[in-house]
Design a protein around this ligand. Structure first.
Ligand code: UDP
Length: 328
């Protein structure tokens, strides 16, 4: 007799945000039972296309207790503040939400015996690169409060594994970009600070120009180089991470990127080619804390998770983002 395995039950915290909403869609299409918990401080209710939606904050311990008592196979945690500059101006906001509220989540998980977590971490935990591409052995010396909050949670998770047997996968994103290939979802940050959506807003006429933050970096064209990773490839890595945890794999951190970098100018040129629009550029001073080059070595994720990016080329990433930006 064949028993059909019951669908995985996943709690997605921050499921109304950019990455979380794409994740909810993927999990649902994989047949999972998905619950989103989001306070809508930056997410959008209409971006949660599937499953149960609960509006609430990780600071609300009674709510967390009620939600976690439903029992879940795993939690995915996307609910963080992500703006580096803001984290320098308002570190209290970042330590409170990204660290303290995450602790509330972890403790509710522990109390209810939910002991698997996939956590959104970041290349910002590495700080100024000492070599490139950056692998998991690279020293982690973040240079801003945002990066420090993420590193603190990575360290807390190691201690929670040792003490409570909570297994986690930390995924350190390089530059998440692109949009749902079916065009149902995309990036909607308020305010938008990321390069690709801003460039495309210039192409669609929503902004007059794009500022290029520095042309005097030690790179071939003088502009900063980043490793852009398609949102769907990022979500696939989360899905593989949950499966690895379900199969009993030990806690692990993985760097996620394509291993190839593109300069700000290359992004502008590719966007201009894909959209067929003129993109007005204005040179601006360097942005504080921007390393010249951030490129991931994701060999470990390929090896241990079997992760294989499906959309590694910049033109496809931009084309999918443009499909979203140019939607009527
Ligand atoms: N950037 C830029 N103009 C903008 C926004 C970003 O020149 O209006 C540059 C930024 O300095 C960095 C790259 O684009 O080198 C990617 O920035 P983004 O904020 O998208 O991601 P980050 O690398 O900070 O995670």
């Amino acid at each position: 007799m064949h028993l059909t395995p019951s669908p995985l039950k996943i709690l997605v915290v921050g499921g109304a945000g950019y990455i979380g909403s794409h994740m909810v869609k993927m999990l649902s299409l994989k047949g999972c039972s998905v619950t989103t918990l989001d306070d809508l401080s930056s997410g959008h209710r209409d971006a949660v296309l599937h499953g149960e939606f609960i509006q609430g904050s990780l600071a609300d311990k009674a709510l967390l207790d009620r939600v976690l008592s439903q029992g879940f196979d795993a939690v995915m945690h996307f609910a963080s503040f992500i703006q580096v500059g803001e984290s320098v101006q308002q570190p209290d906001k970042y330590y409170q939400n990204n660290v303290v509220n995450t602790l509330c989540l972890l403790d509710a998980m522990r109390v209810h015996g939910v002991l698997r977590l996939v956590f959104s971490s970041t290349a910002a935990t590495f700080g100024e690169p000492q070599y490139s591409p950056i692998d998991e052995q690279h020293p982690q010396q973040p240079i801003n409060p945002y990066g420090r909050t993420k590193l603190m949670v990575e360290q807390i998770l190691q201690d929670y594994d040792t003490a409570y047997g909570m297994k986690s996968v930390c995924l350190r994103y390089f530059n998440a970009a692109g949009a749902d290939p079916q065009g149902e979802l995309g990036e909607r940050h308020e305010p938008e600070t990321h390069l690709i959506p801003l460039v495309l807003q210039v192409a669609s006429g929503r902004r007059p120009h794009i500022s290029v933050f520095g042309r005097d970096y030690d790179t071939p064209d003088g502009t900063c180089i980043r490793d852009y990773i398609h949102i769907e490839d990022l979500c696939t890595a989360h899905w593989l991470a949950v499966q690895a945890l379900m199969a009993g794999q030990e806690s692990q951190a993985y760097n996620l990127g394509n291993g190839s970098g593109f300069s700000v100018q290359e992004v502008v040129d590719t966007a201009s080619r894909i959209t067929g629009k003129k993109i007005t550029v204005q040179d601006a001073p360097r942005r504080l804390g921007d390393p010249a080059r951030l490129i991931a070595d994701a060999s470990l994720a390929r090896l241990k998770l079997g992760w294989e990016p499906r959309y590694p080329d910049l033109a496809t990433i931009i084309a999918h983002a443009w499909q979203w930006e140019s939607k009527p």
